[in-house]
Write a protein that binds this ligand. Structure first.
Ligand SMILES: *[C@@H]1O[C@H](CO)[C@@H](O)[C@H](O)[C@H]1NC(C)=O
Ligand SMILES: *[C@@H]1O[C@H](CO)[C@@H](O)[C@H](O)[C@H]1NC(C)=O
Ligand SMILES: *[C@@H]1O[C@H](CO)[C@@H](O)[C@H](O)[C@H]1NC(C)=O
Length: 724
């Protein structure tokens, strides 16, 4: 029977509408479901710069590049691995995960147990998830060709952290008896400056999840004992976070893996526990001599477990930093550790022989000029795993480099991106982005094309002119400098045919920074140290302070990081006026005529809340804050000045505080753009992974004799994305 022409046309349109990719959410259009904007922000540690993959070397025998295997995909951010024990019957774990979705098989999985099984954290499709990979590879052959080792078949299965789990961070997984035990940040701790990190257990067969950490407490770095009965964590216990960014000053608690009950404090001051047997664990601590070292704790075989009944003993010597220990069940002779040795700029994985008290180098023999993180040992003690950057000589040259990394947003219609650079801002139409790469200011189309440097000096913060097309403002000079440091505001006519034209708008060089334009393009609000304190001023946008200058705020404190609302009525800024000089910043609003001052965001005692930026509708602000504390032990990551930095939004009436980002990186300097960008990664052509990051700065220091800081004292490090 012939289908009438009109119906046929209708069906064709329907099919086209259904098949057209991203039909409801093209760039710049309103996606179905409401909202219509995007937020971009900077992280210290982008996927391109860290580009972590998990690698493994044999525990014994020669460490050489041909023995090193890359276990993860060479594309995502992959880290914090764990080798699960294969079930006693020799059946691969795959069969335990019967109702999980296989997401990729390069080929039909071979009908033999996989060569290696790995559980790890991965950032994919905008969120941190926990994956299981079964890796099949050919027997290691004596060959110089890396390719021969990488002809693997990989079966990948997402375990937790999928779309159904909301937006949160998942970290440090262990699989034990069909249960996955891990850290998640999906529950709001409800108090400012309190970590959301807590330990959960998910039964993989049923998906049933149980919180093991009591409410009101934060737990990090869980480790499950070989029998599966006990879990140890690094925890704040009763004492919360005081702003520490180096060592958190956690204690080690032990509880039943089953339900979190019988929770006891086992060790005062320690982190990153791991078990050898159900009574013996290792952990790290920065000692009173200043060195990070690994200690052993033996739990009593009878009677209550308390810091008094647990016998602890330092096992790694002073003279080098040794931390993030790893054990394998029953192996009482060896542990793996990460080290920083005096005279070396790199973090390496080494084996420590507990009987002889000697180290054996592992990764320095393979990639001497690369940092290696968070070792883990296979249950049969045959392999050591760790993660490192795949850039340079370490991995595939095809690893992509991103201008925009899609970060999953908890708000429908609002997309969220990490930008490859600092202090990003959108052009008025939202089609271009300006950002800073120290040194230099760049503009780029939001699809990654047309990237060019428009200013080559050291600069920070960017703002577009809302009226004069292609004009970008910035402040030139160093960040985090004193009131009298030479910093001036310039405008850059970026689209000028003969090259960018730069005009200096402030003249006295007294730390003039953070320009923001009034919506009519007539005025610039900025901070200046010209009075001896950093306060806010307003000047003529075209002629600069020579045109007209007016003071907006005045006081012996710091007002900084200002933003002008789209309706022109409000200026938002960060200020330490309630505790001058303390490093504590809160958000305030003021009318441009100096009236109506009010505090919008309480940071909690001595907290940091910075970099406000208005939503396109003027009803909300996005900002960066330490509201949710830290989410992981800082030493388990590369250096982050402010590992607590996360992105939040709030309504101008102070309601609806919302956390947007969940990770253990430093996120900061957000900007809110007028157009909706479809949530997907945007590549920058011709780049490749770069591995540009530094190890924790405090590991660079060789402790002096008489060092007394066994508990963290130096809480305020020089911040990168949030300082004044
Ligand atoms: C993740 O995104 C990629 C494209 O970037 C897509 O091919 C893949 O199917 C997505 N995976 C999941 C699990 O959503
Ligand atoms: C596995 O199947 C059970 C029963 O059908 C279901 O309730 C559970 O949610 C599934 N598990 C996962 C992790 O999807
Ligand atoms: C200051 O500006 C606000 C907002 O535009 C306005 O409501 C108020 O009347 C102004 N006050 C003075 C004294 O001009």
């Amino acid at each position: 029977m012939a289908v009438p022409m009109r119906l046929r046309f209708f069906l064709l349109c329907l099919v086209w509408a259904l098949l057209r990719p991203g039909a409801a959410a093209e760039d710049g259009e309103h996606p179905s479901g409401g909202g219509s904007s995007s937020i971009i922000f900077a992280s210290l540690g982008s996927r391109s710069d860290n580009a972590f993959d998990i690698f493994t070397l044999p525990f014994r025998g020669r460490s050489s590049p041909i023995n090193e295997l890359r276990l993860t995909d060479g594309r995502s951010l992959n880290f914090n691995g764990h080798f699960p024990s294969t079930s006693s019957s020799g059946v691969p774990l795959l069969s335990l995960l019967s109702n999980q979705t296989l997401i990729r098989t390069a080929d039909e999985a071979p009908p033999v147990p996989p060569s290696l099984e790995l559980i790890y954290v991965t950032e994919r499709n905008g969120t941190w998830r926990i994956y299981y990979d079964a890796v099949y590879y050919e027997a290691e052959r004596k060959t110089r060709s890396r390719a021969a080792l990488e002809t693997t078949v990989r079966v990948q299965i997402p375990l937790v952290g999928g779309a159904g789990d909301g937006v949160s961070m998942k970290d440090k997984p262990t699989l034990s008896g069909g249960h996955l035990i891990y850290v998640s940040t999906h529950e709001d701790a409800g108090e400012p400056r309190t970590s959301w990190a807590a330990v959960y257990s998910t039964e993989l067969r049923t998906g049933l999840t149980r919180r093991l950490t009591p409410y009101g407490v934060a737990d990090f770095s869980p480790a499950v004992s070989p029998s599966g009965v006990w879990t140890a964590v690094a925890s704040y216990g009763e004492v919360g976070w005081g702003g520490e960014v180096e060592e958190l000053g956690t204690d080690i608690y032990v509880f039943l893996s089953r339900d979190g009950s019988e929770r006891v404090k086992a060790v005062e001051h320690g982190g990153w526990p791991c078990w050898v047997d159900d009574r013996t664990l290792f952990f790290h601590r920065r000692g009173s001599d200043g060195w990070w070292s690994v200690h052993r704790a033996v739990l009593p075989s009878e009677g209550p477990v308390t810091p008094e009944t647990v016998v602890t003993h330092r096992v790694t010597p002073p003279g080098l930093h040794a931390f993030t220990p790893a054990t394998s069940p029953g192996n009482k002779d060896f542990i793996a550790v990460a080290t920083r040795r005096p005279g070396s700029d790199f973090r390496h994985v080494e084996i420590f022989d507990l009987v002889r008290g000697e180290f054996r180098e592992l990764t320095r023999l393979v990639s001497p000029r690369t940092h290696h993180f968070n070792p883990f040992i296979s249950p049969d003690s045959r392999r050591v795993g760790y993660h490192k950057c795949r850039g340079g000589a370490n991995g595939p040259e095809t690893s992509p480099h991103f201008l925009l990394e899609n970060v999953r947003s908890p708000v429908p219609g609002l997309s969220l991106f990490r930008v490859d650079g600092s202090f990003p801002s959108f052009s008025p139409a939202g089609d271009r982005i300006a950002y800073v790469k120290f040194p230099g200011v760049y503009v780029v189309n939001r699809d990654g094309s047309g990237r060019r440097e428009v200013y080559s000096g050291t600069a920070f913060s960017t703002a577009w002119d809302p009226v004069r097309a292609g004009v970008v403002y910035t402040s030139t000079g160093p960040t985090f400098a004193t009131e009298t440091t030479h910093v001036d505001i310039i405008s850059i006519a970026a689209d000028n045919a003969d090259g960018p034209v730069v005009k200096k708008l402030t003249t006295n060089g007294k730390n003039n920074a953070f320009p923001a334009l009034s919506p009519d393009g007539k005025w610039i609000v900025f901070r200046s140290g010209r009075s001896g304190h950093k306060n806010l001023y307003i000047m003529d946008a075209v002629e600069g302070e020579m045109g007209r200058l007016q003071r907006l705020t005045k006081g012996p404190w710091t007002d900084t990081m200002c933003a002008w609302s789209p309706d022109g009525e409000w200026i938002a800024f960060a200020s330490d006026r309630s505790k001058p000089g303390s490093g504590s910043f809160e958000l305030y609003l003021i009318h441009p005529n100096g009236t109506g001052l009010r505090k919008l965001v309480q940071s909690g005692l001595a907290g940091r809340t910075n970099h406000p930026y208005f939503s396109p509708d003027g009803q909300s602000l996005v900002f960066t804050s330490d509201y949710a504390g830290v989410s992981a032990e800082p030493i388990s990551n590369p250096h982050h000045y402010q590992p607590y930095g996360e992105i939040f939004t709030i309504k101008l009436d102070g309601s609806n505080l919302r956390r947007l980002t969940h990770n253990s990186f430093e996120d900061g300097t957000p900007a809110w753009g007028p157009a909706y960008i479809r949530p997907r990664d945007v590549e920058l052509p011709n780049y490749g992974a770069r591995c540009e990051f530094e190890d924790c700065h405090w590991l660079n220091e060789i402790p002096r004799k008489g060092f007394a800081g066994s508990h963290p004292g130096s809480a305020i490090a020089r911040p990168q994305c949030g300082g004044s």
